[in-house]
Design a binder for this molecule. Structure first.
Ligand code: KG4
Ligand code: ZN
Length: 338
């Protein structure tokens, strides 16, 4: 009956992305990733903002072209309002505001963390949508949260990191081991070839559903320094085992908290999102949880796990159906909460 086209725009960190969604289906999902940060071993905010300014017009243009529609066919423009880097958010926010204003169509603000969760509601063959209520765990380089999701827009954060995000734990461990940035994918690859019990790292003691990863990073640093003192080739000779042991510890921390979350809430449906959901260890552990604990688990298609605009567009669509629009005077919000 309805025939709704929504443009989604994402610019919260270092990816400039635009996507067009037709009802619940993705027609295009374009991303310009910024390679420049690799040289610095992390995202440089000033460089990110400048790259967004260069990329945003061509990326939006391409998203419309790939979708096979003109901008006049759009029903609304959705954009990431926060959380994220202020200089990056401002580029997408200003662009979305003027684009919607020029076309005289509604503007829709999207919370990036909600979007990582609601990406599960994109219509995609072979992927089931979770039913409410479910537990969502968002794990990436910028965030680590456990959220109780009662409906599309009724969400409560029931746990989060008190220091580093889980992706940062991967990336900082990688730096200690001399791996490139971001190190998550390589640690994961090597972990699959190593012995997860070769070395033991103590898990942090954090009450309830909160996480802490900075102590683990320090423990790994001291461990590696000590071993290298005794054998300068320690890292090269044992890299796969070190990676496997780090991964085993990190996945153990995540699964312990999920077990506690299911116990506390009585909810056994679990959905994950964010770049670290690509990890083979977490995917296997969730599958094991289905057998061992009776969980039902949801892992999104890879392209919807890392930062992307399709997840912004789907939230735009869901808000459009509810008539939940933003005013033209809305501003970006670096610390926006769920
Ligand atoms: O969601 P994302 O693309 O960007 C944000 O941080 O928002 O996530 C990137 C993070 C990086 O820390 C990267 O190391 C991690 O996700 N990552 C992985 C894997 N693939 C990406 N960590 C562990 N295993 C992976 N396979
Ligand atoms: Zn993200």
């Amino acid at each position: 009956s309805q025939n709704i086209y929504i443009l989604g725009i994402e610019s919260s960190c270092d990816d400039t992305a635009a996507s067009v969604i037709h009802n619940g289906k993705i027609l295009s999902n374009v991303i310009a990733s910024q390679k420049i940060h690799e040289e610095y071993g992390g995202v440089v905010p000033e460089l990110a903002s400048r790259a967004h300014q260069q990329n945003i017009v061509p990326v939006v243009h391409q998203a419309l072209k790939k979708a096979g529609i003109t901008k006049e066919q759009l029903h609304a423009v959705a954009f990431t309002r926060g959380p994220g880097l202020m200089g990056s958010l401002l580029v997408g926010t200003s662009f979305a505001k003027s684009f919607a204003y020029g076309l005289n169509i509604p503007l829709i603000d999207v919370n990036h963390m909600q979007a990582h969760i609601l990406a599960h509601f994109i219509d995609e063959e072979g992927f089931n949508k979770p039913s409410f209520p479910f537990i969502a765990m968002t794990i990436s380089g910028g965030h680590t949260q456990i959220v109780e999701v009662k409906s599309h827009f009724d969400m409560t954060v029931i746990g989060e990191t008190i220091d580093d995000a889980v992706g940062e734990a991967y990336d900082k461990s990688g730096k200690i081991l001399g791996l490139g940035y971001p190190a998550g994918p390589e640690i994961d690859k090597r972990a699959q070839k190593g012995n997860p019990k070769a070395y033991q790292f103590t898990k942090p003691k954090v009450a309830g559903l909160n996480f802490s990863f900075s102590g683990l990073k320090t423990a790994i640093l001291y461990f590696v320094q000590r071993e290298v003192k005794a054998n300068p080739n320690f890292i090269e000779e044992n890299l796969n085992n070190i990676c496997a042991s780090i991964q085993y510890t990190i996945i153990g921390i995540l699964i312990d908290k999920l077990k506690l979350a299911t116990k506390q809430t009585g909810i056994k449906q679990i959905a994950i999102g964010g770049g670290v959901s690509a990890n083979s260890g977490i995917r296997q552990a969730l599958k094991d949880g289905e057998q061992k604990f009776g969980w039902t688990t949801y892992v999104p298609k890879f392209e919807f796990t890392t930062d992307n605009a399709a997840m912004i567009a789907i939230v735009g669509y869901l808000k459009y159906l509810e008539g939940d629009f933003a005013e033209q005077n809305i501003t970006a919000s670096a610390r926006l909460k769920i």
